[in-house]
Design a protein around this ligand. Structure first.
Ligand code: GAP
Length: 502
């Protein structure tokens, strides 16, 4: 049977072909739930993280770089040992072990919260639910919690027990006291971290969506409920699409109203939601594909008083990419109790345990969203796929090609390339292969402009600039390249503004 390829399959193929995203250990048949960033993907990932860092580094924000292996006590205190579980179901026939909520949701029209064990058990009894692997009907199911943290034997005796962190956040709580002391901060201040997190997901799937090793970008703002009530830089008029937890339809609202009506707990929380909205718009996600979902109480993480997730509309449906949480004083209080260290601070003459608002972004899900929104299928007039990336995320701003492998053309093309890079334009030079193949490379990795040096360049000192979107070309004189490209890349001009002969 000739199954039509899904958008995600097409993107996965392109990502492999062009060294964007590569299945881990592909030459050994790959490792489930694991992907590597290839050369082009690494640039994209670096640009996403750089943009995030730029946007989330406010005054009084300090970035740390913590260990990924943490001792058992951390997760006893944080609650992850007890609560960080998924319910799994085993098929009596083929013995496959699967996530219970996913099996149910794929076959029954319900949205089951991951924590509602009794309800899930009832559904397996009430409905005919088949094992997605062998097809046999589930009967007499036992639902068992499975802790999704990876644990490790640490040291040669194997007696030390460590865990790979399931969120980068814990390092920020563990280092709160020493960060505050080291940089002499008073409340409110923030700690950020970007880096790896690990979860032994029962069923990793959907490309970069559910991985076992993934990357997070997290910010924890430390303050008190009084401090959090007012944020001096909150854009109260910023509108978002909000999906309430009461099951009612999504509606547009501004951040100010969501605070005033008590839907958001405080202005700092609203501020982080607003920043998340702006961040995803800059990644090229259209407004209509972005919504903010309030998480129902029974599905909320154990550490949080309120959670609002950013969801993006992918080809596979609405999916979470970020979570904003009001973690209250849960983490510092628990770490203080279990470690015996004082984590309280002096604020307005009183000792208080700080409260925390958090924004937690997945790098990989963000990259997947960028690729989905930038992706174009093969078309009538373009026989290959292409990526229309926001200029700030393109792996290179411009590619420079000599039309033929001829010394004079190569020398001139190299001169143009050097001139662009010395003017801070992120250029790549390529001389091998037919011009068609080089345009294809540029289109497939999302380079917005290509300059081609041809024999006329040597006579007239002009060369073509090709625009990825329209494939239209203009022919300015070589000394104008830097200024034209700077304007185009900064959005101060559009390609249409230039005429063919310019
Ligand atoms: N510190 C809070 C926290 O970790 P989370 O909602 O569990 O909250 C935050 O995770 C983000 O991390 C998610 O919105 C998602 O983008 C990313 N993430 C979580 N699990 C993931 C996985 N298995 N694969 C890829 N990304 C994941």
């Amino acid at each position: 049977m000739n199954k039509t390829k899904s958008t995600l399959d097409r993107i996965r193929e392109l990502a492999l072909r062009r060294g964007i995203i590569l299945p881990t250990a592909k030459i050994y048949g790959s490792l489930a739930g694991s992907y590597d960033y290839g050369p082009i993907g690494s640039i994209l990932k670096r640009k996403v993280v750089a943009l995030w860092r730029d946007m989330f580094t406010d005054e009084n924000t300090w970035e740390i770089d913590g260990n990924v292996v943490l001792p058992r006590q951390v997760f006893e205190a944080s609650g992850h040992l007890e609560h960080f579980t998924d319910l799994m179901v085993q098929c009596n026939n083929c013995k496959s072990i699967l996530r219970a909520d996913e099996v149910i949701e794929a076959q029954v029209d319900v949205n089951v919260g991951e924590t509602r064990k009794e309800r899930m058990k009832e559904l397996f009894t009430e409905k005919t639910i088949n094992c997605p692997v062998c097809g046999s009907v589930f009967e007499d199911v036992e639902l068992r919690p499975f802790n999704i943290m990876f644990n490790l034997d640490v040291g040669p005796t194997g007696k030390g027990e460590g865990f790979l962190r399931p969120e980068t956040a814990q390092n920020m709580f563990l280092n709160f006291r020493y960060t505050k002391m080291g940089v002499k901060e008073n409340l409110p201040f923030a700690i950020t971290q970007t880096g790896k997190a690990f979860r032994n997901e029962i069923s990793p799937r959907q490309f970069l969506y559910r991985l076992r090793e993934f990357n997070q970008m997290e910010v924890e703002i430390f303050g008190t409920p009084e401090i959090f009530a007012n944020h001096p830089a909150l854009d109260r008029d910023l509108e978002i699409t909000f999906l309430p937890k009461n099951g009612e339809k999504a509606f547009r609202s501004n951040l100010g109203t969501l605070v005033t009506e008590g839907i958001f707990p405080n202005e700092y929380f609203a501020y982080l939601v607003g920043k998340a909205a702006t961040f995803y718009r800059r990644l090229g996600i259209p407004k209509e594909d972005l919504r903010f979902k309030e998480i129902p109480d029974e599905d909320r993480p154990f550490y949080s008083a309120i959670n609002v997730d950013v969801e993006i509309h992918f080809s596979i449906g609405w999916k979470e990419v970020e979570g904003t949480a009001y973690r209250t004083d849960w983490d510092l209080k628990r770490h203080s109790e279990v470690s015996g260290e004082d984590l309280d601070v002096l604020y307005n003459g009183k000792r208080v345990i700080p409260h925390v608002v958090e924004a937690s972004f997945g790098v990989d899900r963000s990259v997947m969203a960028i690729l989905e929104k930038a992706f174009h299928k093969k078309e009538e007039d373009r026989k290959w796929k292409w990526l229309e990336l926001p200029p700030c995320l393109s792996p290179f701003s411009v590619a420079v090609f000599p039309l033929f492998d001829r010394e004079e053309l190569i020398t001139k093309a190299r001169e143009i390339f050097e001139d662009l890079t010395s003017n801070d334009i992120d250029a790549i030079y390529k001389e091998k292969g037919s011009i068609g193949k080089r345009y294809r490379f540029a289109d497939e990795v999302g380079i917005p402009y290509c300059i081609t040096v041809d024999p006329t360049t040597l006579e007239e000192n002009s060369a073509t600039i090709r625009d990825i979107k329209t494939k239209r070309q203009i022919r300015p004189s070589c000394e104008k390249f830097s200024s034209i490209l700077s304007k185009l890349l900064k959005g101060k001009a559009i390609f249409k503004d230039y005429t063919e002969g310019e």
